[in-house]
Design a protein around this ligand. Structure first.
Ligand SMILES: NC(=O)c1ccc[n+]([C@@H]2O[C@H](COP(=O)([O-])OP(=O)(O)OC[C@H]3O[C@@H](n4cnc5c(N)ncnc54)[C@H](OP(=O)(O)O)[C@@H]3O)[C@@H](O)[C@H]2O)c1
Length: 280
């Protein structure tokens, strides 16, 4: 049996659709069915189900709120919750797939992509708690995949693609920051990789998974709105102060993932495919 945490989130929903297409059986949970911050209930639920694989998609993801009013909850879900899931996974001998983030890096490594074993140094609370989650998984588990991803977009959630499209409906001009570089990731590519590591019995450890090619947010917005009449103008991030510090450069090296034989589409192709799948 396969268990999903966070099964109604942006990634969890994509993963459910993929597993449905493949005819794979699974149990999907969200905070109502399985609140991962409750250690006893999480252990009881998982011991009762005895899954062989746990796709741990549940997380606190409000990056700016995590700096102040969400700080406690961020810690509770991303650190304590991950520990509860990992301990229960270990108790039943399940393989754990934990999703992490490019925000574990500080973004100062200009011109050279971040490798899986590069020094981490998170600059915001969310990145700090996701990194603690990684460390907990590594301490407790032997059978684990930590998959770091970035700039996630997909059909089933709130994300940059839909924000840009919505703004363009009412504005002739938009300004978007051009001094933060990274790799967008389609939930579909990420879900496919999560299934791939399990099916192919890839070596356990840390992987990076984003779509190929990199860009800044301005370039991403230009591509999203390439058929729109709205004009996109580049600005410096100092014009858009945010509570949480974001890395200026968080392009992650994908060579370890590619070496497994997993084919990674470019972000431009992934975006195109996602937008056309919505039209259909
Ligand atoms: N989005 C990005 O740009 C991005 C970037 C890098 C990494 N990631 C990582 O990718 C993974 C998936 O993110 P996402 O975009 O799919 O996030 P999301 O849409 O915010 O989904 C998170 C899910 O976690 C669930 N959850 C929250 N608290 C819970 C609790 N106490 N117990 C059980 N479930 C709980 C939520 O369920 P409720 O709605 O019921 O609370 C929700 O379904 C996360 O690990 C995230 O850190 C995301």
């Amino acid at each position: 049996m396969i268990l999903l945490t966070g099964g109604n989130g942006q990634l969890g929903t994509e993963l459910r659709h993929l597993l449905d297409e493949q005819g794979v059986e699974y149990v999907s949970t969200d905070s109502k069915e399985l609140d991962i911050t409750d250690a006893e209930k999480t252990m009881a639920f998982i011991v009762n189900l005895k899954p062989e694989v746990i796709y741990h998609c549940a997380a606190y993801t409000a990056v700016d709120k995590a700096e102040d009013e969400g700080k406690e909850l961020d810690e509770k879900i991303n650190v304590d919750g991950t520990r509860n899931v990992a301990e229960a996974a270990k108790a039943v001998g399940a393989t754990l797939v934990y999703i992490s983030t490019d925000y574990v890096f500080d973004g100062t490594k200009k011109d050279d992509m971040y490798k899986t074993d590069d020094q981490t140094n998170p600059q915001n609370e969310y990145g700090r708690t996701k990194l603690l989650g990684e460390q907990i998984v590594q301490e407790i588990m032997e059978k684990y995949y930590i998959i770091r991803t970035s700039w996630v977009f997909g059909q089933y959630g709130h994300n940059f693609v839909f924000t840009m499209q919505k703004l363009a409906e009412t504005r002739d001009q938009l300004t978007v920051v051009d001094d933060q570089f990274g790799r967008p990731t389609w939930t579909r590519t990420l879900a496919e990789f999560m299934v791939f590591v399990i099916n192919e019995k890839a070596p356990y450890g840390i992987y990076h998974l984003s779509n190929d090619n990199s860009c800044n947010w301005y370039q991403f917005a230009k591509e999203i709105l390439k058929n729109s009449t709205t004009e996109i103008l580049p600005v410096d991030s100092s014009k858009f102060p945010q509570k949480a510090t974001r890395p200026k450069y968080s392009v992650m090296d994908l060579s370890k993932t590619k070496a497994l034989g997993f084919e990674i589409p470019t972000w431009e192709k992934a975006l195109d495919d996602m937008l056309s799948s919505i039209e259909k």
